[in-house]
Design a protein around this ligand. Structure first.
Ligand code: NAP
Length: 295
């Protein structure tokens, strides 16, 4: 029989047979005209996600606490005829989460994609007490739930996708950051729970996990150390793939792929975009740092 041309790919199961459809050579993500809500979409990883979605032709509602960068992004894209609606709000307020969803629906009429990204490693430790711990959960966890809750009806209508941004701290711990670790662990748990809860509605839910991702804020923190170059190298030396930070763009690319029509059968998964930082054998990086492993 004639071999299947490379341009033909498997597109799904029909009965017991594979259905083969010619999609051509490109990988169109199918995001043109889709509406995405991005929390914390003005800076760092969130900004990269916002810009990548816009580059793929999606519209973005960017919910952010500070306004300068969000308003500048809105103006920058408006000048190009694209919609990047800035919605000011502090997500620790549940009213702000509800208002963000309502404002998005008033502006765009639908929500196809929810990206829960805003968060901060606020260093609330075991010694800081329950009040501080609760506030860390508000900074990092509760608004992920609230945004999904308020966006749920719209996502059911659009059969949309949720992508959560977690952290390697949920898996590795870090020391001195109970609230953040609990929040990110909670996000991983909710990802699996929501994937099942929402499978019948054809809503997909995935999480992307950064470990050491280079952002302006990270650069500022490194610059505060007495020897920034050495501080940066110390971190890079323990990242197996390429001995370098992950870029915000690399996180955004995975997020946008998971939001797209090209990942329609991926749900409930926790994707580590970290150059192997979280899971790979420490011996590998120790060897490349000339640590004596003979003992
Ligand atoms: P970032 O540079 O500090 O950006 C975070 C953005 O979220 C900022 O624009 C911030 O707004 C916004 N934000 C934070 N809390 C908010 C709130 N309560 N209400 C509204 N907006 C809020 O941080 P990032 O490094 O890009 O981190 C993004 C996500 O990745 C976070 O969930 C973080 O935990 C995760 N992560 C990052 C790394 C990394 O290496 N960078 C590693 C692991 C996980 P403001 O303008 O008001 O500050």
């Amino acid at each position: 029989s004639t071999p299947t041309p490379p341009s033909q790919i498997l597109s799904g199961l029909v009965g017991s047979e594979m259905c083969i459809r010619d999609r051509g050579k490109t990988m169109d993500l199918g995001l043109t005209g889709k509406v995405a809500v991005v929390t914390g979409g003005s800076k760092g990883i969130g900004e990269a996600i916002t810009r990548t979605l816009l580059a793929e032709g999606a519209h973005v509602a960017n919910v952010n606490r500070s306004s300068t960068e969000g308003e500048a992004l809105e103006a920058e894209y408006a000048a190009k005829g694209q919609r990047c609606k800035f919605i000011q709000g502090d997500l620790i307020q549940m009213d702000a989460c509800e208002l963000a969803v309502k404002t998005t629906l008033a502006e765009f009429g639908t929500i196809d994609i929810l990206i829960n990204n805003a968060g901060v490693n606020d260093g609330v430790s075991l010694t800081d007490g329950p009040k501080a711990f609760l506030s860390s959960l508000q900074n990092n966890l509760i608004h992920y739930y609230a945004m999904a809750h308020y966006a749920l009806e719209a996502l059911k209508k659009s059969q949309g996708a949720i992508i959560n941004i977690s952290s390697k701290v949920a898996t590795t711990g870090q020391g001195g950051t109970s609230g953040y670790a609990a929040s990110k662990g909670g996000i991983n748990g909710m990802t699996r729970e929501w994937a099942l809860d929402l499978a019948a509605d054809n809503i997909r839910v995935n999480t992307v996990v950064p470990a050491e991702t280079w952002t302006p804020l990270y650069a500022e923190l490194i610059d505060q150390s007495s020897d920034p170059a050495a501080a940066r190298k110390q971190i890079e030396d323990i990242i197996p793939l390429g001995s370098r930070f992950t870029s915000s763009q690399e996180i955004a690319d995975m997020v946008v792929f998971l939001a797209s029509q090209r990942s329609l059968h991926t749900t409930g998964q926790i994707h580590y975009v970290d150059g192997g930082y979280t899971h790979l054998d420490r011996k590998y990086t120790s060897r490349s740092n000339n640590v004596d492993l003979s003992k």
